[in-house]
Design a protein around this ligand. Sequence first.
Ligand SMILES: C[S@@+](CC[C@H](N)C(=O)[O-])C[C@H]1O[C@@H](n2cnc3c(N)ncnc32)[C@H](O)[C@@H]1O
Length: 234
Amino acid sequence: MGVEISGRGPAQALGAIAASEAADDETRRLSRAKYRHRARLYDRLCGPTWPIRERAVAALVLRPGDRVLDVGCGTGLSLAMLREAVGDGGRVWGVDHSREMLMRARARVESAGWRNVDLIEAAAQELALPAPVDALLFHYTHDVLRSPAALAALLAHARPGARVAIAGIKYFTGWLAPLNPWVYWKNRGYNGRPGELRTPWDRIAPRLTDWRWEPTQWGMGYLASGRVAAVVEA
Ligand SMILES: C[S@@+](CC[C@H](N)C(=O)[O-])C[C@H]1O[C@@H](n2cnc3c(N)ncnc32)[C@H](O)[C@@H]1O
């Protein structure tokens, strides 16, 4: 389930699990409501982060035949790059809980005629895949990274050693830190759980080996990568 329950009695542990599930439900409700409206113009606003998307996909070091999962794939902007990297013999899965975002991804897949790209409308927390993946992309998926249940479910689908690449928004540090209320406000436009931007990767990083990260966009973004250490319990 992924909730930290050590050192507590059974009643407290159950209470913590229920609270975590309720928080996830509320975050997902807010997220789906945001993307219901955002989906239409989403692609037009993604131009400035395109080089980061390219770097995140490159960090997955995909090979022909690999199976890759695009977590929170949205309108499918990364699908062409992922598909190109794994080739006809590979497989790409995209999962997203927003019907409106996924509708656009489906149109993209259909018009390109990709037969090895499958899109799944589901919460990351409830993902079911038919085979383990060699790589996972988290491109601007803050809400998913803050959910222990989502991370447990996703990493349970990774083969040991699977590569993970993450890009997203974070708070500035140093002399630009006074701009952080604006960073929070910007993140709030896209996420149901917009806070926790100091180290937004801190729930997934302990589960990975070869972990590294670097700031992007003058410190308002980050690009991170690692490998799944071992089979993770759902
Ligand atoms: C900022 S968009 C990023 C979309 C895409 N990765 C990209 O880079 O263009 C975040 C996406 O995550 C999806 N999302 C958020 N929480 C989710 C969850 N718990 N399960 C599945 N999808 C989720 C949203 O619906 C949205 O499409």
